[in-house]
Design a protein around this ligand. Structure first.
Ligand SMILES: [Zn+2]
Length: 343
């Protein structure tokens, strides 16, 4: 009997500690917790009330159309209510904190951002969209250069041997920025997984491209042999994140390792190559390295909008522009070498 009580007490203390460790400083605050609990019960936080927080008491919906009675709709309504309650309680708490001179704290792992038209992190969404546009522009101008401006082989294929690698790169980059914009608009389980998975896929693929391009791997069989272990690892990692555990710490380590590896590969290559456009690569490598620091040095949003992550997304916009410009120069340079050889 004694042991039983002891183990229950120990379990309670342990789960309380785990709960505290799991929470951010903001949502561990009992006043914030009380506000959210109250709001989910009454549908009101501070002076604001949410009509969609009124749930039928017996769990069966009212006389609305059929889709209003679906459990999925109820679930969505409940989730939307929780999201609105958390946001309004957070804003109220932050106002109180500011009044007594305290700085912002994180809630559920995120800084308190000001929403615009229901978009959670407007600055990150805008910068993600601009990155997407930059990649589209870069890829499109690369495509036009290859197939309309530069001479083609007799079989209508481009001389540039890395063309298909960059096409796939462009697609993966646009896909990744699309999901980044969606995720920063609404942070739910699905959008988070899509954003992280696409980012890992892009990162892993760009590591493969950096190896193939810097070591001048032209033979198809050799390319497959180099790419296979990386593809296997990245695929396993994505499956692990989505279907086993979503381990932020481990994912961060994997992403930093892949990122640093490709920056090093490009840095060494740019140091020894005689490529006419190597200065562009220099700027991208140094800029990319500095931008990475923003992810490590995490500061709260300025004016409720621009935090370290948003600024990081902003810095990659000009770097992307320069990056595609380097790829176009590389296509021109390689084509001219191949044409000289052919003559
Ligand atoms: Zn992001």
């Amino acid at each position: 009997m004694m042991i039983d009580r002891y183990s229950i007490a120990l379990f309670l203390v342990f789960s309380y500690l785990v709960g505290l460790l799991d929470a951010s400083a903001g949502d561990a605050d009992p006043r914030y917790r009380g506000c959210v609990a109250e709001c989910e019960k009454t549908g009101c936080a501070g002076g604001t009330c949410f009509p969609h927080c009124k749930f039928p008491s017996d769990g069966v919906a009212n006389d609305g159309p059929w889709y209003m009675q679906e459990p999925l709709y109820l679930k969505w309504k409940q989730w939307d209510c929780q999201s609105d309650c958390r946001y309004n309680c957070m804003i109220d708490r932050e106002k109180e904190r500011e009044a007594v001179g305290h700085g912002p704290v994180k809630y559920h792992g995120k800084w308190p951002f000001t929403r615009v038209f229901g978009i959670q992190e407007p600055a990150s969404v805008a910068f993600s969209a601009l990155n997407l546009a930059m990649h589209f522009h870069g890829w499109l101008s690369f495509f036009i250069l290859l197939y309309y401006n530069l001479p083609l082989r007799q079989d209508k294929k481009a001389y540039y041997e890395y063309a298909s690698l960059w096409h796939i790169y462009g697609l993966l980059a646009m896909n990744s920025w699309l999901w980044s914009a969606v995720f920063h608009s609404r942070d739910v389980d699905l959008t988070e997984k899509l954003d992280y998975s696409s980012a890992v896929a892009l990162l892993g693929y760009s590591l493969i491209v950096s190896i193939l391009r810097s070591f001048n791997v032209r033979v198809e069989a050799a390319r497959v042999m180099v790419a296979a272990p990386f593809l296997a690892f990245v695929t396993t990692h994505i499956l692990y994140l989505n279907f086993y555990t979503f381990d932020y710490g481990w994912n961060m380590k994997v992403c930093v390792a892949i990122g640093v590896a490709q920056l090093l590969i490009w840095a060494i290559w740019v140091g020894i190559t005689c490529h006419p456009s190597r200065w562009k690569l220099w700027v991208v490598v140094v800029g990319g390295g500095l931008a990475m620091l923003l992810e490590i040095y995490d500061f709260p949003p300025y004016q409720g909008f621009f935090d370290a992550h948003a600024i990081w997304h902003a810095t990659t916009i000009p770097l992307t522009c320069l990056w595609w410009s380097f790829i176009r120069d590389d296509a021109k340079f390689q084509t001219s070498i191949l044409l000289k050889k052919a003559k």
